[in-house]
Design a protein around this ligand. Structure first.
Ligand code: GUN
Length: 283
């Protein structure tokens, strides 16, 4: 194995520490803590763990955490009423509605109801539009974390060929927008792409976010590439990413592990976005 293993845990810890210090300064200046409200509907076990971890990380970063757990049979009107109340609440700077939502709920309508200035997930169409047009807004946490890891590793990204594998609204599309803004030459590939290997043969940067275990094969990676693996797939072999780690690590210059790569950066970026929201709302 030759690749540098990118330590997402260490990068995330450093970012959380910086945000925690800046949150303390915000409180000293404004007389209140930055606040993050997290809404969980239903009992999904994985979501419940994520929400608990977000709450703990928020408190550890010197911010206020408001957790709202609603029953699985919550109606659209009840959830919208809660979002409206959080939009009006001055103690709340960021609002995150944990996805996926139960089937009876219209997730897009809920996300669109969140005040774009409190949309620390960056999922509101206004923030997606701001990202696409180069305006200041909130960028989704996972692609933002990926970009930070790439900048730590590579410095200047201008002119590099980047292939994003996956086209979701949460990761693939915003990732491609961020890399385009960083002056990369960007290809968006996905599960229906023909001859993915031919695209990856030119990729200095690979971001895999397709949601399929070991979908990207090691022999497709260009020697010396930097590989960011967003996938978290539960298999008989345990948690694995969207990239064949051993194969890719033997040719890449650097690669993120699963777990311990991108995952920890997502929560750190959520805290960062909440601090930014607090400053913007306070003027
Ligand atoms: N579910 C899994 N990841 C996320 C995320 O980043 N934000 C929200 N709101 N829900 C998620």
């Amino acid at each position: 194995m030759t690749a540098t293993i990118i330590d997402g845990k260490a990068a995330a810890a450093a970012l959380r520490a910086r945000v925690g210090t800046l949150a303390e300064a915000f409180t000293a200046d404004s007389g209140r803590k930055p606040g993050l409200a997290v809404v969980l509907v239903g009992e999904d076990a994985a979501s419940s763990v994520y929400v608990r971890n977000k709450g703990k990380a928020t408190l550890a970063a010197n911010m206020a955490s408001f957790e709202h757990r609603l029953p699985a049979d919550t109606s659209q009107a009840e959830l919208i009423a809660l979002v409206d109340a959080l939009n009006r609440d001055d103690k709340v700077d960021g609002i995150l509605v944990q996805l996926p939502l139960p089937d009876q709920l219209d997730a897009q309508a809920v996300l669109t109801r969140i005040d774009p200035e409190k949309d620390v997930d960056g999922f509101h169409p206004v923030n997606a539009g701001r990202l696409a047009t180069g305006l200041n807004g909130f960028v989704p946490c996972t692609p933002l974390g990926c970009l930070m890891l790439l900048r730590d590793q590579l410095g200047e990204l201008a002119g590099l060929n980047a292939v994003v594998v996956g086209r979701s609204n949460i990761v693939g599309k915003p990732m491609a927008a961020l890399l385009t803004a960083a002056d990369c030459t960007v290809t968006i590939a996905h599960s229906r792409t023909r001859n993915l290997a031919a695209h990856l043969a030119h990729a200095d940067i690979v971001v895999a976010a397709v949601g399929r275990a070991k979908f990207v094969k090691g022999e497709w990676i260009k020697p010396g590439a930097t590989v960011i693996d967003v996938g978290i797939n539960r298999t008989e072999d345990g948690l694995v990413g969207d990239v064949d780690f051993e194969g890719a690590a033997s040719v890449a210059a650097a690669i993120t592990p699963v777990p311990g790569g991108v995952g920890p950066m997502t929560i750190a970026c959520l805290l960062r976005n909440t601090l930014v929201a607090a400053h913007r709302r306070t003027g």
